[in-house]
Write a protein that binds this ligand. Structure first.
Ligand code: ADP
Ligand code: NI
Length: 221
């Protein structure tokens, strides 16, 4: 329906504008890749059956707008998303779902207990997590770490088990530790078979990268 195509164009414009200064891997291109991967999973695994493609794309594009990692305002994530929905004139039946799903989607919101999500949320969660893996995931981890003054690697600081949202948010560990502390846990947390298959493939690549990293670190020929 045309109204939803127009709404999606407005959401695209809005996300591009709001993320223009973002350099930690939560920019427009991340949002667009998450949308692309979400559409891929929806078609491949469900043949789009029972999936609201507007809702799927809206949450994919908007999912990091109010995330704690990029939020520099005093507003809560719900307020940022609610404001965006109002400005974009998204019908209330959708805006309520968009805010509810996105605020329960992130890794940090699911550490202590796994939130129940509708199919659209489960797919976007997998797509978002896939973008934290593989070649792009590696680049994003170092970009994020650098921006937060984290070291690349320090062999004296061992990876931790981060069991609470607070621990996860407060750790200042080197970026390489993030691979074990979070990224390698993701494949077992995937909601869809397609997400899991791609996560396994991307994790393999990261492990190869780490092998090479440690080899060079130890001065091996
Ligand atoms: P999620 O909701 O799963 O956190 P996001 O797209 O919001 O997904 O952010 C995930 C990205 O944030 C990771 O791919 C990684 O690049 C970055 N990140 C978060 N915490 C850390 C950290 N402690 N060290 C390095 N990168 C981090
Ligand atoms: Ni994201």
């Amino acid at each position: 329906m045309k109204i939803y195509t127009d709404l999606l164009s407005s959401i695209e414009q809005y996300v591009k504008e709001k993320t223009q200064n973002e350099v930690t891997g939560h920019d427009w291109f991340h949002a667009d890749r998450v949308r692309h991967n979400s559409l891929y999973i929806a078609k491949k695994e469900f043949n789009n059956k029972d999936i609201d493609l507007f809702l799927l794309q809206a949450i994919a594009l908007m999912h990091d707008l109010g995330d704690w990692k990029v939020n520099t305002t005093k507003k809560t994530e719900s307020e940022i998303l609610g404001d965006a929905c109002k400005i974009l004139k998204i019908p209330e039946s959708y805006s309520l779902q968009i805010v509810e799903i996105i605020t329960h989607l992130s890794y940090s919101a699911n550490i202590e207990k796994k939130n129940e999500l509708p199919l659209e949320g489960q797919i976007v969660q997998d797509a978002d997590r896939l973008d934290a893996l593989g070649a792009i995931g590696i680049a994003r981890a170092f970009a994020f770490g650098g921006r937060r003054n984290r070291q690349i690697y320090n062999p004296n600081i061992k990876p931790q088990t981060l069991k609470s949202t607070e621990d996860y948010k407060n750790t200042e560990n080197p970026s390489i530790n993030h691979f074990c502390e979070k990224l390698f846990l993701l494949k077992d947390l995937m909601n869809t078979k397609t997400g899991k298959r791609l996560a396994i493939k991307r994790e393999k690549f990261m492990k190869k990268y780490l092998d090479e990293f440690y080899k060079e670190w130890s001065g091996e020929d």
